[in-house]
Structure formats: structure tokens, C-alpha cells
Write a protein that binds this ligand. Structure first.
Ligand code: NAP
Length: 485
């Protein structure tokens, strides 16, 4: 498949309704992680282009926020329709730039697209309140208003879905957006800009700028016209951006790293737990923020769990995401492969055993063998760090108390999973786990209808649900006096 054959494959930025190169003509090369071949280039924009994009957003927002939610919603519904009409082409773009299997790309796009209709409708219910007054002469009421221009920065692991989660509520609320996608995967964002153009979204409301992340980030965070920054990426960059936003006191949504425990109790439905661990760990080749990072298994079922998990992991098939039957794409780059391999080496040196996998894949390039490690302990890096690769570290435990202590032994708190059939334990675990999300006998957590997000160093804010819209709206208090004459 060649990028040139895809009509949504765009090599320029989309600013103020126009397709433009960087002012100095510089570009960034984008490669296919499965083959290493160059796919194309995108503009290497920096400070000036970002400022132009923010100006266009600020200008366009005046008319956009004046539309009714119903009218704005029509554009969002059109975006959804166009995404679904172009599903195959978008999936090809996603797989080419990111590497995941085509079936996963389609799943990501369908799921991501669902945020458009959800927020189109949710904005129609952005109610204020009439507050019971403590003073007969006053009537306090609240209204909801769009927060202002929103800067959006997204990562490479879900190049498509991370954008609607942020842009759909922002647009629905009446905000204009300036989006900076990851430099390794800019083409999904540019394709979405092409669809926004086709949907008739007014120029300046939806901007996509590619380029130098630190310069674009510095400008987005410094410009007082940007009233909110919504970022998904690493905790380290999130902290940096949060500090940069302090000077202009911007609102922040930060969806950062995770270190999810997946806890399997003796009473669990073992087939379901094994399938859950497999799906959670090896989707997107282990490169998701909510991936099971540590699999905690109670002593009574550990041997059997490991036997069944290893058997299924050995059936996973690595290769180009464009090939039928492939379940494991490449990792995103050489640094990622080195990181994963270093974590496995560290674990083995400290006493972990490799049940299957454990090294670079014979396919070479950026492929790594789907791996299961046993006898993992908290002393190992693989227990503490986000793996972001196809490595399942299994840790044993004896009691519920021990499982909770192990699970909560991390400074991040995004997703967690519990497999049990005991109702009391389900409640105890759900209430005690220090994570923003708990999956009980379930590993798929993201849906437009529900609030997705983390606590502790996994960030702040929620994507999806009613909360997802409120993150892009301010509450204004209006107090009317002189009512009692
Ligand atoms: P990253 O290095 O933090 O990059 C994310 C984005 O930030 C990219 O667009 C990157 O641009 C940009 N960026 C990097 N340095 C920047 C700076 N100084 N100023 C402004 N922008 C900057 O993260 P990643 O490795 O791409 O993504 C993986 C991380 O994202 C993992 O930790 C994962 O857990 C997290 N994640 C979290 C969620 C969630 O919902 N909580 C979802 C998905 C991923 P360039 O590519 O141009 O450098």
C-alpha cells in the first residue's frame, strides 16, 4: 500500500482553513515502523506558526461559540459520518504510521469516532443551575461557557482516538482547537483535519500543526489566549507542560502514564482472567497507558494461569500490521525496543524466569517477542516502570491484603483490574485500589459515555462521560439582586 494512493494522506499543516508548509520550509520525516521505509514528510513548524494558529482559533471562536449547541452538533455528527465513510482508508493510514494490526486500527477509529456524536448530544445538556437562595433579595444562577481556545497535544500510541476524546468535547462546548500530534504519527491528525474541512467546520476552529514539540508546546503554554491545555503523553512531559502553564494559569487535562495491576484471585473465572490479561497486555503490542503492567496472581491458581497464558501468548503472530492474521505489530522505535529489552534483562538478572519470549524477534527491526516472565518481584524495574512493550510480568501473592499493597505500590494511578467472583471482594478492591479506573472481570474501559482518567501522577481531568464536556467549560455565577423590591 502506498501513501500516495490515499486521498486523506496530507503532507501539510491545516491552519486557518488552509494547508500550509512550515515558514522556513523545513520538514520532519515519518517512517513506517514495520519496515523502516520513509512514508513522507510533514512540516517542522515552530513558534511563529503556532502563534498564527492560535490567532486563527481565537478569531474563529467568536462565531463558533455563538452557535447553538444543536448547530455545532451538526458539524460533529458530520465528522462522525465522514470518519465512518472513510474507515478503511483511515485504518490504512493508522497502521502505516503506527504499526498496529489493521483490525486494531479499525477498532481504534470506530471507538474514537464515537466521541463526536456523544459530545454533540451532551453539549445540548450543558445545564446551569438555579440555586436556592439564602437571601430573599437575591437569585443565584449558573451558566456554562466554553473555556476558550484549547491547545491539544497527543501521543503516537493512539494517533487517531486521542484526538476526538479532546477535540470533540472542546468543539461541542464552543471552543476552537490547535492540535499538535506526535511527530512519529502525524498523518491521522492531518486526515482528521481534511475531514473537518469536508464537514464544513469553519476555518480556524480546527487547526493541526506538526513540528518541533518543545517550541510548539512552549508557545501553546505561554500564549494567554490559549485558556486550556489538554495533553496525553508521558508523565515527565506532562509535568513540564503543567509547570509551563502556571504563568498564565491555564486549565489542564493531563492523561499520563500508568502502571496497571491486573489481579487474579483464586476464585476467578480463569479463562476470562487469561483472556483479559492477554487482551490488556498485548493489544497495540503492549503500548497502551492502561496495559496490564503487572499481573498479580494468587498462589492457588498461579501455575495453571501461567500455563494457559503462555500457551496463548505463543500463538500470537508478529509482523506488519497490514498482513492478515498478524496480532503483534512492531514497537514504535529503536529506543522502545532497547527499553523493553533492558527491563527484561534487569528482571532476569534479579531472578525472574522467562516462560516464553524474552528477546528481540527473529523478524528483526522493531519487533520483540511476546514475553511472559514469572517470579517477578517489586525490586525489578519491570514492576516499577511503564513497560510499553509485549512483556507480561507475573507476580505471586497469598492474601487480598498483600495484593492491595503490591497493586498500590506505585506513584501513578490510571487503570487497575480485578478478576474475582466474590461480590464482597469486588467492592473492597474497587474502593481500596488507588487508581482512576477499576475493571472488574473486564479490561476494556474506554467508552464515550464514561469518564476515563487517572489519579496521582497519572494526571487530572476525565475524557468521556458528562465530565469530559465539563473539562472544556467554565461555570459562571450570576447573582441577581433587588428581587424583593
Ligand atoms: P511523550 O513523549 O510525552 O509525547 C507525547 C506528545 O508530547 C507528543 O506529541 C510529543 O511530540 C509531545 N511532546 C514531547 N515533548 C514535548 C514538550 N517538551 N513540549 C510539548 N510537547 C511535547 O509521550 P509518548 O511517548 O509519545 O506517549 C506515551 C506516553 O503516553 C505513555 O506514558 C502513555 O502511558 C501515555 N498515554 C497516556 C494515556 C492516558 O489516557 N492516560 C493515553 C495514551 C498514552 P513529539 O512526538 O513531536 O516529540
Amino acid at each position: 500500500m502506498r501513501p500516495d494512493d490515499l486521498k486523506l494522506w496530507k503532507n501539510h499543516c491545516y491552519i486557518d482553513g488552509m494547508w500550509s508548509p512550515a515558514l522556513n520550509g523545513e520538514t520532519i520525516e515519518v517512517t513506517d515502523p514495520a519496515t523502516g521505509r520513509t512514508l513522507g514528510t510533514v512540516p517542522r513548524c515552530a513558534t511563529k506558526e503556532t502563534s498564527v494558529a492560535v490567532s486563527s482559533a481565537a478569531r474563529a471562536m467568536a462565531a463558533w461559540k455563538a452557535l447553538t449547541a444543536l448547530e455545532r452538533g451538526k458539524y460533529l455528527h458530520r465528522m462522525h459520518g465522514l470518519i465512518m465513510d472513510n474507515l478503511d482508508e483511515l485504518a490504512a493510514i493508522l497502521t502505516l504510521e503506527q504499526g498496529k494490526p489493521l483490525a486494531e486500527s479499525k477498532g481504534e477509529i470506530i471507538q474514537g469516532a464515537s466521541y463526536f456524536p456523544w459530545f454533540a448530544e451532551e453539549a445540548r445538556r450543558a445545564y446551569g443551575q438555579v440555586i436556592p437562595t439564602p437571601d430573599p433579595g437575591k437569585r443565584p444562577i449558573t451558566i456554562r461557557q466554553p473555556v476558550g481556545v484549547v491547545g491539544i497535544i497527543t501521543p503516537w500510541n493512539f494517533p487517531f482516538a486521542m484526538i476526538p476524546r479532546k477535540a470533540a468535547p472542546a468543539l461541542a462546548a464552543g471552543c476552537a482547537v490547535v492540535i499538535k500530534p506526535a511527530s512519529q504519527t502525524p498523518y491521522c491528525a492531518l486526515a482528521m483535519a481534511a475531514l473537518a474541512e469536508e464537514a464544513g467546520v469553519p476555518p480556524g476552529v480546527f487547526n493541526v500543526i506538526t513540528g518541533d514539540s518543545s517550541k510548539i508546546g512552549a508557545e501553546l503554554t505561554a500564549d494567554p489566549r490559549v485558556r486550556k491545555l489538554s495533553f496525553t503523553g508521558s508523565t515527565a512531559v506532562g509535568k513540564k507542560l503543567m509547570a509551563q502553564c502556571a504563568a498564565t494559569m491555564k486549565r489542564l487535562s493531563l492523561e499520563l502514564g500508568g502502571n496497571a495491576p491486573l489481579i487474579v484471585f483464586d476464585d476467578a473465572d480463569l479463562d476470562r482472567a487469561v483472556d483479559g490479561a492477554l487482551g490488556s497486555k498485548f493489544r497495540n503490542c503492549g503500548q497502551t497507558c492502561i496495559c496490564a503492567n503487572r499481573i498479580l496472581v494468587q498462589d492457588g491458581v498461579r501455575d495453571e494461569f501461567l500455563r494457559r497464558l503462555a500457551a496463548k501468548v505463543e500463538m500470537l503472530r508478529a509482523g506488519s500490521g497490514l498482513e492478515a492474521g498478524v496480532t503483534q505489530g512492531p514497537l514504535i522505535d529503536e529506543a522502545a525496543v532497547n527499553h523493553v529489552d533492558a527491563l527484561v534483562r534487569d528482571a532476569v538478572e534479579k531472578g525472574a524466569k522467562v516462560l516464553t519470549g524474552g528477546k528481540r524477534h527473529k523478524l528483526g527491526g522493531l519487533f520483540y517477542e511476546p514475553t511472559v516472565l514469572t517470579d517477578v518481584t517489586p525490586a525489578m524495574r519491570v514492576f516499577k516502570e511503564e513497560i510499553f512493550g509485549p512483556v507480561a510480568p507475573v507476580v505471586g501473592f497469598a492474601s487480598e491484603k498483600e495484593a492491595i499493597a503490591l497493586a498500590n505500590d506505585t506513584e501513578v494511578g490510571l487503570a487497575s483490574y480485578v478478576f474475582t467472583r466474590d461480590l464482597g471482594r469486588t467492592w473492597r478492591m474497587s474502593e481500596t485500589l488507588e487508581f482512576g479506573m477499576v475493571g472488574v472481570n473486564e479490561v476494556l474501559l474506554a467508552m464515550a459515555e464514561a469518564p476515563f482518567g487517572g489519579i496521582k501522577e497519572s494526571g487530572m481531568g476525565r475524557e468521556g462521560g458528562a465530565e469530559g464536556l465539563m473539562d472544556y467549560m467554565d461555570t459562571k455565577l450570576i447573582v441577581m439582586g433587588g428581587i424583593d423590591g
